[in-house]
Write a protein that binds this ligand. Sequence first.
Ligand SMILES: NC(=O)c1ccc[n+]([C@@H]2O[C@H](COP(=O)([O-])OP(=O)(O)OC[C@H]3O[C@@H](n4cnc5c(N)ncnc54)[C@H](OP(=O)(O)O)[C@@H]3O)[C@@H](O)[C@H]2O)c1
Length: 252
Amino acid sequence: MGKIAVITGASSGLGVELYKEMQKEELDEIWIIARREERLKEIANTFGKIKTRVVPMDITLPENTERLKSLFETETPDIRFFINNAGFGIIGNLDEADYKKQGQMVDLNVRALTELTVIALPYMNKGGCVINICSIASFVPNARMTVYSSTKAYVMSFTKALRYELKKKKINVTAICPGPMSTEFLGVAGIEKGVSGAFDSLPYCDPVKTARGGIKAAKRGKCVYTPRAFYKFYRLLAKLVPSSLLMPFAKT
Ligand SMILES: NC(=O)c1ccc[n+]([C@@H]2O[C@H](COP(=O)([O-])OP(=O)(O)OC[C@H]3O[C@@H](n4cnc5c(N)ncnc54)[C@H](OP(=O)(O)O)[C@@H]3O)[C@@H](O)[C@H]2O)c1
């Protein structure tokens, strides 16, 4: 088995755009992961120039982590890109929330991302990239997306520390931090017009440009990529101004 890219959450939204971007790389195979098998097959048939392996699975289930680990052990691939993209959010006050859904969010955005990265690392070599899809929600805590923004703060911290660890192996780790994008994410999160002043008024990021810019930044060895000047400025502001002062504006 040769050089591969692995993308989680490739059945919709940003994941599809990341898959399309990967077609430009020198890879022997691309592995795409999500729960909806038919969607993955359709995407591979429509956009795949490079041989694609559809790996339908719920990555929060421990038996599936084990399945993927065994697949890596059998195939011994050289993972050039490992892209942790699968994730979801929920809007609303936590004292009115469904505890199971909040837990599932932590399971996917944090635990699955962590476990999958750990099982992928033994198959990564010099020049390889771990790419974590993070969010502008990692810059300042977002009230009404309390758990979501906390999971993304974890992803940012995880990215920075792992990047430091892997410097000696010359493996790069990048966090891509988009603002709102018009994908299935909004429906899953319960965000429709009128629900959130922030989502109604903030500028939206284009998933195509986000995927393109993010992959380019990762290949250049950047730690964080944020699309749009507006959000680049927000990131800078979040470094300079205490979060307690920014939080009223960051409320979703
Ligand atoms: N859209 C935004 O406003 C926005 C902003 C900032 C950051 N982000 C981040 O961008 C990333 C991609 O989101 P998106 O906007 O492209 O949303 P999306 O269209 O809802 O895509 C989410 C993907 O994750 C997969 N997924 C969900 N649960 C899964 C599970 N348990 N196991 C395996 N795959 C699972 C979904 O596929 P299946 O349903 O087929 O499993 C889907 O392919 C996420 O990490 C999100 O937090 C999004």
